[in-house]
Design a protein around this ligand. Structure first.
Ligand code: HEM
Length: 408
């Protein structure tokens, strides 16, 4: 029988990063909540992950309980500090204030209004691949489609000039390493360098928009920052803009890559979609459950006397909440390892839960549905044409390369 510590080790191994699902099963067999170290717990079942996400007894700011020395170490790393200063890692009352400002950009009405633009972006990317499709050329789906669609959408929404896009993939990948469970010094130094470059880029963009406001998210957030009631300070403005850029596309990129891999692994689902047996919304929802782009999130215990599944959690202890495991919990989903788009009542935990529920879940779903439906309408015979390579990550799960031929 494995211990919780060994489970973490296995998840961080190359094999675990390729396929964490058998390891999650072992984690659930250990129990819903297991202790890795005195102040470190693993939560692997649906009910308990959802409970911890929804409860205000658990905090996002992992360092509110650590001493001044540790906080100073944290502040010394811009990549860590950046997320700390953003909505992602704030707790009440700062969280509510920031969430309100950012939320204006993601109301259902605003997202619905973006449908035409998203469709246009997807079609343009598909058009640009037509010649290579006719020539039967092998293309990397990640590079040529899965990255380009969400990155164009988020750059357009934010008002980030398209000419600057090519730097953003490597910067996001480097910066997002700090969201992993474990990070080494080299990765941290690379993440700090990425944060510094993004700071410089966004500081210049903010100044441009201050001089000449546009109809974009940078200008909207800048107005909130410069207004008399100062809803965001200048550091928070910078941190949240950078968060939106990096959170806004790597996750959605991975949703598209994971979705295509499911089609290759399950030809009957590919055929079912083309035959109209399921909707693209059902398919997208099942991809989110079956192979979530975000596999875990961290919370820390914010008050004394907390118990989760009968396990007592000391103040300040951290919980690694395995959403990827919760989504395969047989107590919540029947035959959880089967990919079934017709699954009833299919609400996974892939967008989180509670106060931090993904602010742009509606946008991500719309991008997923539009991208996959238009891709298959245009290239219904898309085929795997090489060995897919998974990214060397646990938290943000996706492919680094996914070679395909598009077919005509
Ligand atoms: C399939 C795509 C996506 C997935 C799976 C995803 C997943 C998540 C998850 C799990 C959280 C919750 C964090 C927590 O509870 O601790 C979250 C929060 C967030 N997401 Fe997403 N996300 C996606 C797309 C996006 C996009 C497109 C954007 C921006 C345009 C975005 C912006 C955010 C922001 C700002 C937060 C922080 C919300 C808060 O803390 O209140 N996400 N996302």
């Amino acid at each position: 029988m494995k211990t919780a510590g060994k489970i973490i080790g296995a998840l961080m191994s190359a094999e675990g990063k390729t396929n964490p699902y058998p390891i999650y099963r072992e984690a659930r067999e250990l129990g819903p909540v297991t202790r890795i170290a005195p102040d470190w717990f693993l939560v692997s079942t649906f009910a308990e992950v959802r409970e911890a996400m929804r409860s205000s007894a658990y905090l996002k700011n992992r360092y509110s309980n650590v001493d001044e020395n540790q906080q100073a170490v944290r502040r010394a790393h811009r990549s860590i500090q950046l997320f700390d200063e953003s909505v992602l890692l704030k707790d009440a009352p700062e969280h509510g204030r920031m969430r309100k400002v950012l939320g204006e950009a993601f109301t259902p009405g605003r997202i619905a209004a973006m449908a035409g633009k998203i469709q246009q972006v997807v079609d343009e990317v598909l058009d640009s691949l037509a010649e290579r499709a006719s020539a039967g050329e092998v293309v990397d789906f990640m590079e040529e489609f899965a990255i380009r669609v969400p990155l164009t959408v988020i750059c357009d929404l934010m008002g980030v000039p398209w000419k600057d896009w090519s730097r953003f993939r490597p910067l996001a990948v480097d910066l997002n390493a700090t969201l992993e469970m474990l990070i080494d010094d080299t990765q941290l130094a690379t993440a700090d360098a990425a944060a510094a470059e993004l700071d410089e880029y966004f500081s210049a963009l903010i100044e441009c928009r201050r001089a000449a406001p546009q109809d974009d998210l940078v200008s909207v957030l800048l107005t909130a920052a410069d207004g008399e009631d100062g809803q965001l300070d200048s550091r928070e403005l910078l941190a949240n803009l950078e968060l939106l850029l990096v959170a806004g596309f790597e996750t959605t990129t991975n949703l598209l890559g994971n979705a295509l891999a499911v089609l290759f692994d399950h030809p009957e689902v590919h055929g079912g979609l083309l035959a109209g047996k399921y909707t693209y919304a059902q398919f997208t929802e099942e991809v989110l459950r079956y192979d979530a782009p975000v596999q875990h999130m961290i919370r820390s215990a914010g008050e004394p006397g907390i118990e989760l599944a009968g396990v007592s959690i000391p103040v300040g202890a951290e919980l690694v909440m395995l959403m990827g495991s919760a989504n395969r919990d047989p107590l919540r989903f029947s035959d959880p390892d089967v990919f079934n788009p017709a699954r009833p009542n299919n609400q996974s935990l892939s967008f989180g839960g509670g106060a931090h529920y993904c602010i742009a879940a509606g946008l991500a779903r719309l991008e997923g549905v539009t991208a996959v439906s238009r891709l298959l309408a245009r290239y219904p015979r898309i085929t795997l044409a090489g060995t897919p390579v998974r990214a060397d990550r646990h938290g943000l799960r996706g492919f680094r390369e996914l070679p395909v031929t598009l077919g005509v």
